[in-house]
Structures are given as C-alpha cells and as structure tokens.
Design a protein around this ligand. Structure first.
Ligand code: HEC
Length: 147
C-alpha cells in the first residue's frame, strides 16, 4: 500500500523534474550566449516599454487638455495656435528638439509671427516652466501620438 502511494508520488513528480531540467538547460544556454538573452529579453522589454509609453501618452493627454494647451492647440485644426499635427509634422521634418523649445533654449520654428510667438511664450514662462521633465516628456509623447 505504502509502496503504491510512493510510486504514485514519484510518477507525479517525473514531469516536474523534466520541467526543472529543461528550465535549467535553458538557463545555462542563456548565460553562455548573450545574444539569446537579448532576443529572449526583448519582447518583454518592448512590452513594458509599450506600457510605459501608453502611460506617458495618457498622462500627457491629461496635461495637454487641462486648459493649458488645448485652449489654443487642437489636434488637427488651427485654432489660436497651430494644430498639434502641424507642430509634430514640422518638428519631425526638422528633427527639432521640443525640450529645447520648452526650456527657452530654441527659437520657435512652427510660426514665427511675433504676436503668435508671444502668445506661446506666455505659456513657456508660466505654465511650462513649472512642469517636470517627465511631464514635458509626457506632453511630447501625447503630441506625437496625435494622428
Ligand atoms: C494662449 C494660446 C496658447 C496656449 C495656451 C499654448 N500655446 Fe503652444 N502655441 C501657441 C501659438 C500661437 C503658437 C505659434 C507660435 C510658435 O510657433 O511659437 C504655439 C506654438 C507651440 C509649439 C511650437 C513651437 C515652435 O517651435 O514654433 C509647441 C510645441 C507648443 N505650442 C506647445 C504647447 C503646449 C505643450 C502647450 C501647453 C503647455 C501650449 N503650447 C499652450 C499658442 C498657445
């Protein structure tokens, strides 16, 4: 009776032992071969990167739509300021640096009419000045996500 129970337990353990062996082999292979670590790690990385990106975009959208930006910038149509799409298109073409503009270290390139520049500058000097780098990155991520 005891023997049968014992055999049963062993039989149940066999698949587990197999899995452990497989798992261990996989591990040793990975430490031997750095490329395979990279390949294995990449899908997970890009997934968590995607999650971070999605979170950043939704944070940016909230910031943007809190009166500070959306009052003057619509996604696709010119309002008081150029549309988000117009801005991101020009920034992408010129490979321009949003952060530099936000921090007052780069001249405006989208609309250089002094009155327009002045309108935007009031934001730089008030609202944008008080945002953290992460919040700025979030705003940029959101703007770039607009189709
Ligand atoms: C009072 C209206 C107004 C508000 C509010 C406003 N903008 Fe603007 N923005 C403008 C105008 C007008 C321009 C065009 C002048 C210019 O290009 O600098 C502009 C231009 C820009 C540009 C392009 C700058 C360039 O290189 O020419 C960016 C980027 C931008 N705004 C982002 C933002 C963000 C982000 C916010 C919110 C934090 C915001 N704006 C809030 C009016 C506004």
């Amino acid at each position: 009776m005891h023997k049968i129970l014992f055999m049963n337990t062993i039989q149940k353990l066999i698949p587990l032992i197999f899995i452990l062996i497989l798992f261990n082999c996989g591990d040793t292979k990975n430490t031997d071969n750095k490329d395979s670590i990279k390949l294995k790690a990449n899908p997970e990385n890009s997934k968590s990167e995607q999650d971070t990106q999605t979170a950043l975009i939704s944070q940016g959208k909230k910031l943007f739509n809190s009166n500070a930006c959306a009052g003057c910038h619509m996604p696709n149509n010119t309002a008081i300021g150029p549309s988000i799409k117009a801005i991101t298109t020009i920034y992408a073409k010129q490979n321009a640096d949003y952060i530099a503009f936000f921090k007052g270290k780069a001249e405006p390139i989208v609309d250089t009419d002094p009155n327009q520049v002045f309108l935007m500058k009031t934001n730089l000097d008030s609202y944008i000045k008080n945002l953290s780098d992460t919040q700025l990155e979030a705003l940029i991520a959101y703007m770039k996500s607009v189709d």
